[in-house]
Design a protein around this ligand. Structure first.
Ligand code: TIU
Length: 232
């Protein structure tokens, strides 16, 4: 019979309270760790952001990725971007604000936020391995207009460890979507980052307030330890 054997319950130190999870029903979801957001010349910089602020999340996210792979978790990578003909890009999104370059315009890493362009790639430190689903999404949330829900339900996933960028935009939107779909979400604080540090802090505070209104917040060291520690 197909299927993974039951995995031991692990205990994760988190806020507002510790939680128990099983590797077999837990996925690591890494949100939008793309060159377009993390490197100069992409979408993030075009919006006027200091992209160097996101670099701090790379090493903790890489530690999460290594630990998740060792523990046999489902690993899902997401990328925000659009079709080259922009047919899935809402005009309201393209027209928004006064960016240096708009979605679809040429940039130093190819066309801004377009699938297949160098800027759309995930940064080398977090490159997906064959067999790890990569979910391409046109919006901020990873469930909207994607097959993520099907990928997670096929594996009977119940708990999501979520990291990536940016904390208050794509991470938050995805966690809100996931929470309403019944997933237990743990945001890995230091493996997330924002261009606006106060929003990173506020975004994390919002997750864990009111007894964990959207989920839990944990540090990558605690999550790595829980993933490697086996039975609690
Ligand atoms: N601009 C910004 O902070 N974020 C995004 O547009 N996308 C993601 O967060 N991935």
């Amino acid at each position: 019979m197909a299927g993974t054997p039951p995995s031991p319950t692990a205990r994760l130190e988190a806020e507002p309270a510790p939680l128990a999870f099983e590797a077999g029903t837990t996925a690591l979801v890494i949100i939008d760790m793309q060159r377009d957001f993390l490197e100069p010349g992409g979408f993030g910089e075009s919006l006027g952001n200091d992209v160097s602020r996101l670099a701090a999340a790379i090493a903790p996210a890489a530690a999460m990725l290594a630990a998740a792979r060792r523990a046999g978790l489902l690993v899902v990578h997401t990328r925000e971007g659009h079709r080259p003909d922009l047919s899935d890009a809402p005009p309201a999104k393209i027209a928004r604000g006064a960016p240096a370059a708009r979605i679809g315009d040429p940039g130093r890493m190819g066309r801004i936020l377009i699938r297949g362009e160098p800027g759309h790639d995930i940064v080398p430190a977090l490159r997906p391995r064959p067999g790890e689903p990569v979910v391409d999404k046109p919006g901020k949330g990873a469930f909207y207009a994607t097959d993520l829900a099907g990928i997670l339900s096929a594996r009977r996933i119940e708990t999501l460890l979520v990291c990536g960028v940016t904390t208050e935009v794509c991470v938050h939107t995805t966690v809100r979507e996931a929470n309403d779909r019944g997933y237990r979400c743990v945001v890995i604080a230091d493996a997330c980052a924002s261009y606006i540090p106060a929003f990173h802090e506020a975004g994390l505070a919002m997750i864990k307030a009111q007894g964990g209104i959207f989920g839990w917040v944990a540090q990558s060291a605690a999550a790595v330890s829980a993933l490697g520690g086996g039975a609690a």
